[in-house]
Design a binder for this molecule. Structure first.
Ligand code: PLP
Length: 385
């Protein structure tokens, strides 16, 4: 049988995952590979959900666009947090995570033969969605401090360009894109009549007084911007599969066709939990973010002690994305690190060409002691310990 998806190459980490699986059962394995924040949803919210578990409404579909109470609470939350103005009736859809939201957005918007511009490095799953639509990714390297370059993006726009895709705060770099650059890119989108898709999965994970800027907060942008969000990282809910998409009414009307065909709705219990988290979990989440902030400080401190790393400090997420001096094959390097230190990190090359020479360290679920231990091992590996 010939499958339509055969030409789509998944991220080349299969070999690494296989090796990690073998090593993960051995004592002392340290996982800095998986992109998890390390916290679970607040206890109060979980207790309320537990009380509702035998209620029939927990076990049936919600409307395609999601529970109305959740959309209303989300609209309020986003207005307060990000200055986003979205009508919960016809501009917000709850999805089974931000990945689902992105794939639906692409399949709604992009026709075969068109292209989507992405600053690189990028989150690798996004590429697969664009390829599934029969479209191409135009990979445009980021500039200084991992910030996107409006001039290079403008030069890449052609008559086949349907959208520009930004991720802020960014996976894998942790960069919080500046308001000026986002605005300049949004202006390009308005001028060229293309969509700006902005993945804001890590919107709360900004540190040292940095601010997350959401392009949808600009009032002239509502017809040009599609916003993606998630409960996975900020609220520790990756297994519950709840995210959302916000866009112009006519776009949302079309997207609902996909939603109904693929999943009908996001998981009901997950939506109920997301609602509880928004109602009473924000303080707990704030505490977890403080924990992550301290962990980041420790990790950057230790990173700076290792000469082999060229550090680029960024203000978002729980990822560090240092360049390794002299490294031209990050996949081989990561395998070597895994074999000799039982520590898993990810090769930068899986995040696009610009990521080559870097490694991604995800520190979210680690204790401070484990972060220390990971850097002791890396230091030794690079002959500096
Ligand atoms: C930038 C980005 N978007 C989306 C996702 C997936 O989020 P979700 O669990 O909501 O599908 C991830 C997961 O790592 C991510 O890094």
């Amino acid at each position: 049988m010939k499958y339509r998806t055969e030409g789509i190459i998944p991220p080349p980490i299969a070999k690494l995952a296989e090796a990690a699986k073998r090593i993960s059962s051995s004592p002392g394995f340290l996982n800095l590979g998986q992109g998890l924040p390390g916290h679970i949803p607040p206890e109060d919210a979980l207790t309320t959900l537990k009380e509702r578990i035998f209620h029939p409404a927990t076990h049936v579909y919600t409307p395609d666009e999601g529970l109305v109470e959740l959309r209303e609470a989300l609209a309020l939350y986003l207005r307060q947090e990000s200055g986003i103005d979205a009508n919960p009736q016809d501009e917000i859809v709850i999805t089974a995570g931000a990945n689902n939201a992105f794939a639906s957005a692409i399949l709604t918007l992009v026709e075969p033969g068109q292209n989507v511009i992405m600053p690189s490095p990028y989150y690798f799953n996004s590429v697969m969605a664009v390829k599934l639509a029969g479209a191409e990714v135009k990979d445009i390297p980021v500039g200084e401090s991992f910030q996107p370059e409006p001039e290079s993006i403008e030069a890449a726009i052609d008559d086949k360009t349907k959208a520009i895709f930004l991720i802020t705060p960014n996976n894998p770099t942790g960069a919080v894109y500046s308001c000026e650059r986002i605005d300049a890119i949004l202006d390009l989108c308005i001028q060229h009549e293309i969509m700006l898709i902005c993945d804001e999965t890590y919107s709360r994970m900004v540190f040292d007084n940095a601010r997350h800027y959401s392009p949808r907060s600009r009032r002239d942008a509502n017809n040009t911007v599609v916003t993606l969000g998630s409960f996975s990282k900020d609220f520790g809910m990756s297994g519950w599969r709840v995210g959302y998409i916000i866009g112009p009414t006519d776009f949302i009307k079309e997207l609902i066709k996909l939603q109904d065909t693929v999943s009908i709705c996001a998981p009901t219990a997950g939506q109920m939990l997301a609602l509880e988290v928004l109602k009473k979990g924000l303080d707990v989440v704030e505490k977890e973010l403080q924990r992550l902030g301290l962990l980041r400080e420790l990790a950057y401190l230790r990173l700076r002690e290792i000469d082999a790393f060229e550090e680029k400090y960024t203000q978002g997420t729980f990822y560090l994305f240092p360049r390794v001096k002299g490294c031209t094959d990050s996949r081989k390097l990561v395998m070597d690190i895994l074999q000799s230190t039982r520590t898993l990190v990810l090769p930068g090359s899986i995040f696009g060409n610009t990521g080559e020479g870097h490694i991604r360290l995800s520190i979210g679920p680690l204790t401070p002691e484990a972060v220390d231990e990971a850097f002791n091992r890396l230091s030794k590996f690079f002959g500096e310990g």
